[in-house]
Design a protein around this ligand. Sequence first.
Ligand code: FE
Ligand code: FE
Ligand code: ZN
Length: 285
Amino acid sequence: MLKIGSHVSISGGLLGAAKEAHTYGANTFMVYTGAPQNTKRRPMEQLKVKEGQQFMKTHELSDIVVHAPYIINLASHKEDTYRLAKEFLALELERTSLIGSSYLVLHPGSFTDQTYDYGINRIALALNEVLTDGPTPLVCLETMAGKGSEIGRSFKELKDILDRVELSHKLGICFDTCHTHDSGYDIIHHFDEVLQEFDTLIGLDKLKVFHINGSLNTRGAKKDRHANLGANENHPKGQDFIGKEALYQIVHHPVADNKPIILETPWLDAKTNFYKEEIAFLRGE
Ligand code: FE
Ligand code: FE
Ligand code: ZN
């Protein structure tokens, strides 16, 4: 079964998020528990979780995803940033669990002016401290575009983290189409080979979430700028270099069956997005 949705706002709590997702014809969705750029968070009691879950039940929404804020950098060499990142990740895991989600998507981190090896070890150290066994949500490391000193630009880099984490069964992977394309994988013509490489290095059983986005750049550009699905050069947000056909194929590949597929495509303006049309397209409607 196809589980498709988009990023939705949490400003009206989980109930508002679920209602917004429903207007797009979605059967899953992704939220940040507060602003993506900061760590200010409202108390959970204000997030209308029970009402949201009730609405989800009656409107066939499930398998929702939480995305951790970008400012968590588990590779940071600054002690205060590092401590904050670990503390905040632990709290996010709690919130993810309280919301009733099994997946917390996380950008692995950036090593800034240190080395790759430093960054990898720093991330693993932090995850070994924060992860706990038991029925907690999975932390899903996201495949990254490779801008700056971002870690996670290849499956090998993600494997390097997994290999160093004791409770690696508490880790999953979120596959972002814009990011993998930007980092150099040919998901347009060789998606099966890309999956093969993923399977060899990490194992396809680790693949838990998809982010489906077009890209404003050509393959290997290492930019991370999302495009609307199949947008042409006249589109107000710019041209998509991945294209509708490839994204449609990925969504309908058996590997994506029953997994949350989340759109993070650009909004036209503060009030208008293409989520409804894009979801209908991906469903083949
Ligand atoms: Fe992300
Ligand atoms: Fe993403
Ligand atoms: Zn991105």
